[in-house]
Every structure is written in C-alpha cells, then in structure tokens.
Write a protein that binds this ligand. Structure first.
Ligand code: SAH
Length: 277
C-alpha cells in the first residue's frame, strides 16, 4: 500500500467534498449511537459525535480555539455558537476552505471564526497561540502523525485543552484480518492506523499531558454501516469522481472492517504541557 501525501489527501477532499456534504450533511465524520439499536438519522448521529468532542474540550468564552482538519467548518461553527469562543479552522483542502468561508457570510455568530488552508504537520501559527485545540477524525490521514501531534503541542498554550477523536485499533490485528484492515485503510485514506495504546503514547511523547482515553468504539461502530449506505446511495455523484468500483470497495470494506473486533474509535483528552526553563 503506498502512503498518500498530504497534498494527495487534499486533492481527494477537493473532489469529494460536495458529494460527501450532499450524502451526509456538513459533518464530515462518523456518527455516535448511544446504543446499537438507537438508529438516529445520519445528521443526528454525526452531530452527536461533534457534541461529544465539543463537550470534552475545556474552553471559556473569548478563548481562541484551533480546529485542525476542519472540513467545511460545521463543527467549528457549532463550537463557536455553543461556547462563544473564537475559532480558527484549518484544512489541507482548498475547496473545503472556500465552502467554509462562504458559509460565514450567512450565519450570525457570537464570536470570530475564520478558515484557512494549512497542513496539520506544519501549522502556520506561533507557539502557545491557542487556548485549546480540537481535531476531529483527521490524524489518521497523516503520513507523520507524531509530527502533527508535536505541532498541536507547540501551538496550544501550557495548560490549554486538547481533544482528538479518531479511528484506532482496539486490539492487535491478527494475521487473518490484516488484508481486510489494509484494504479498508487504502480505500478510505487511513494512512496511519494504530492501536489505542500506541496513539495515547504518541500523544504523550509529542509533549502533551494525557488526561483521559475514552473508547467510543461501540458508539461509533453502528454508524459505519450507515455511512457505507450513504456512500452507496451517493453513487450518482460520487461514482464519477472516485470510480464505481472504488465506491463499492469503500462501502463494502467499511461494513466488513466495522464488524471486526479490532475496530476502534477513540477520544484522547489532554492539556498543553507546562514548559520548564
Ligand atoms: N473535522 C472535520 C473534517 C473531518 S474529514 C469534520 O469532522 O467535519 C478529515 C479532514 O482532515 C478534512 O478536512 C481534510 O481536508 C483534513 N486533512 C487531511 N489531511 C490534512 C492535513 N495534512 N492538514 C490539514 N488538514 C488535513
């Protein structure tokens, strides 16, 4: 499997954002089901996951928050509205940033929100320039996740809140599931996928203090087949872009991967570390 570069991932999102938004609304992430038979709509489920991340974030009115990998800005706008914080959203996809900025013209917000293109592995911000950082379903796209984590650790102020939500493995992948996991990762652009423990270790090594690891695999798992169904239902718009075969591959592998016991989804909570010296 060749590892995709940040630019390739950005171009992919440039192409698929419109159909993705049509297929499952403006939250470009999985959903959160309180129980496996809860059956929320896709919008309810994705909003619920946004809500889990926002509620894990410590931020007071007037704080400045960075949303790394902001998609079209839906989570950032909700964060600004609910917490009255200023938000800067960055994405590697220029197309997403255009849509996010255009959406600002039609909303009224209690605080300042802005969006710009940037690479999470090379953030264009000074050290300690944010009170909090959130990163929702983004870091699996990083060819060098450690570098992105170090950038987050650098730009958050000491003691500032960091919340990362992402795919991870609940257990080591046995040989018999390896091919399926690799094919799912390749089809869905998961460049870096590790066990939860390794993710938590990298979080700490990057210079952040880890305060909580929340395993929400059971709440996210049922949304995977909902997501696969949305991909299939969008074949009219997504098919011509990604190819009919790849689209079916993405949907089929998503269903099969989610059924594995190793499937995982984690929320890592922590703080910027107090620097000595
Ligand atoms: N957090 C958003 C979007 C999640 S989709 C939401 O929940 O709605 C993944 C996002 O990661 C996309 O916006 C994609 O452009 C962004 N991304 C991927 N690689 C990136 C990189 N190297 N730097 C910045 N953003 C990146």
């Amino acid at each position: 499997m060749s590892r995709q570069t940040a630019d390739e991932i950005g171009k992919f999102y440039d192409d698929v954002t419109d159909p993705y938004v049509q297929a499952w609304d403006g939250n470009l992430h999985m959903g959160y089901w309180e129980t496996p038979d809860a059956a929320p709509s896709i919008t309810e489920a994705t909003e619920r996951l946004t809500g889990e991340v926002i509620s894990a974030l410590r931020a007071d009115p007037g704080d400045r928050v960075l949303d790394v990998g902001c998609g079209i800005g839906r989570p950032a706008l909700r964060l600004a509205r609910e917490r009255k914080v200023d938000v800067v959203g960055v994405s590697i996809s220029e197309q997403q940033i255009e849509i996010a900025n255009a959406s600002l013209t039609s909303v009224s917000l209690p605080s300042r929100v802005s969006f710009q293109t940037a690479d999470a592995m090379d953030l264009p911000f000074p050290d300690a320039s944010f009170d909090a950082v959130m990163c929702l379903e983004v870091l699996h796209h990083m060819p060098d996740r450690g570098r992105a984590l170090r950038e987050i650790a650098r730009v958050v102020r000491p003691g500032g809140s960091v919340v990362i939500a992402d795919f991870a493995l609940r257990a080591p992948v046995p040989e018999r599931h390896r091919d399926l996991v690799d094919r799912f990762s390749a089809a869905c652009n998961l460049v870096t996928l590790t066990e939860i423990d390794e993710y938590a270790r990298e979080f700490t090594v990057s210079g952040l203090d880890l305060t909580e690891v929340i395993d929400i695999s059971d709440q996210v798992r049922p949304s995977m087949s909902q997501h696969a169904a949305a991909v299939r239902a969008a074949r009219g718009t997504l098919g011509p872009i990604v190819g009919a075969d790849r689209l079916e591959e993405m949907a089929g592998l998503t269903d099969r991967y989610a059924a594995l016991p190793e499937f995982g989804y984690v929320v890592l909570k922590g703080n910027g570390r107090l620097r000595s010296g």
